[in-house]
Design a protein. Structure first.
Length: 403
């Protein structure tokens, strides 16, 4: 437990962290990777270059300072980050390295304003925060390894099938090389893929949502090809599309993630996706159909046009069921799309459309896609008075803000 003086000192830094948080976390990563380049084998290079990781960490540090006397208030954030850490292979020995360089970064950025007293208070606070993460992650590691079909770290999986789903999305069906059972997952969860790319100094780890229902003898991920190999996201996705073949072996983590379908409720459910955000939504749709045949589902997917609309046939097959309604939105339909009546609405998902076409009172809403899409959906749902507890979403990458 922290003494009151330490708590007061940490809380006094909240305004400073709000103003300089991203500058501090940027400096933190510079210092840490400079002294420990081996950690670049774990951290996402793309998120670093795009500033996403720095912003996410700044937000987490700010929240920790605000609630340092009530860390239970940020337990959902701790659990979300802990899932990521477990899937990446973050271990207790990494936390002292992080703590040391975070304190150095605070001192570097704030200068004389970061007195010895403040640095000492933050050192104590970080110890408490690190212990919380280590404890939560230890349980997750234990659960992942001991569950039926589970394992620790990364396990070899063979690419059994590779299926082109659209001009930009390809599915990979992964089966365990040892031919043993694989762990169950909850719809919405993801796996990490560790890649060693020829010519690259460090390994790349990427998380991909599982795009099929659980209970199969394989895991399926559906990966979008990002434009250009110059950016790290493009480097990895293009490698998977162009270089990874059927029969190749990939290193895979056990499933993780806290954005999951709640099957304890039987209220109407709406699944909204944009682009490759369809992947966790399709897993949820298939599971609801299998497990809750009486539960009403509205499935809404937004894409530019039919050329980039992946996994359409699988959704349409389920739309034949009475419990499922599906709607496809194209914002840039092709002439072929128009001739074939391939979409239901031209344009974007709007508040008015949701109000007119979706049973939204007491319904559960899950959504995933590009950030502008998610911001628009989130704003629409709040405007319609949907309860906060009924709104669930997933960012592909570090936790962001929909404000």
């Amino acid at each position: 437990m922290l003494d009151q003086k330490t708590i007061d000192l940490v809380k006094s830094t909240v305004p400073v962290l709000e103003k300089h948080g991203e500058q501090i976390t940027t400096r933190f990563y510079q210092l840490m990777f400079g002294n420990h380049p081996e950690l670049l084998n774990i951290f996402n290079h793309a998120n670093q270059k795009q500033g996403k990781q720095q912003r996410a960490l700044a937000s987490a540090v700010y929240a920790a300072a605000m609630y340092i006397d009530n860390l239970e208030a940020i337990l959902p954030v701790v659990q979300q980050i802990a899932h990521k850490h477990r899937s990446l292979g973050i271990k207790p020995e990494h936390y002292p390295i992080v703590g040391k360089h975070l304190l150095l970064a605070i001192k570097d950025v704030l200068g004389d304003a970061a007195t010895d007293e403040i640095i000492d208070a933050w050192a104590k606070a970080y110890g408490i925060i690190a212990d919380a993460f280590i404890s939560v992650e230890a349980e997750m590691y234990d659960e992942a390894a001991k569950q039926k079909g589970g394992w620790d770290g990364f396990r070899n999986f063979i690419v059994d099938r590779k299926v082109e789903e659209s001009d930009v999305i390809t599915s990979f069906y992964l089966v365990p090389e040892d031919q043993k059972e694989i762990a169950h997952f909850i719809p919405g969860q993801y796996i990490s893929i560790k890649l060693e790319i020829e010519g690259e100094k460090f390994t790349h780890i990427r998380q991909y949502s599982l795009s099929d229902a659980p209970g199969k003898e394989y895991y399926r991920i559906s990966v979008k090809r990002e434009a250009g190999t110059a950016n790290p996201d493009g480097r990895v996705s293009n490698y998977l599309h162009d270089e990874v073949k059927e029969g190749d072996v990939l290193k895979v983590s056990a499933p993780a993630g806290d954005f999951v379908l709640d099957t304890t409720k039987n209220t109407p459910i709406a699944l909204l996706s944009g682009g490759v955000g369809i992947t966790p939504m399709l897993s949820m749709l298939k599971t609801v159909v299998e497990m809750q045949p009486e539960r009403k589902v509205t499935f809404i997917h937004a894409a530019a046009n039919g050329n980039v609309h992946a996994l359409r046939n699988e959704v349409e097959a389920l739309t034949a069921l009475e419990q499922v309604n599906s709607f496809f939105f194209y914002d840039s339909p092709t002439e072929e799309d128009r001739q074939n009546n391939s979409f239901d609405v031209e344009g974007y998902v709007t508040r008015d459309w949701i109000e007119e076409n979706v049973t939204y009172k007491d319904a559960e809403f899950y959504f995933c896609g590009p950030v502008p899409f998610m911001k628009s959906v989130n704003r629409s749902l709040k405007d319609l008075g949907v309860a906060e507890d009924n709104i669930h979403f997933e960012f592909f990458g570090p936790k962001g803000s929909l404000v």
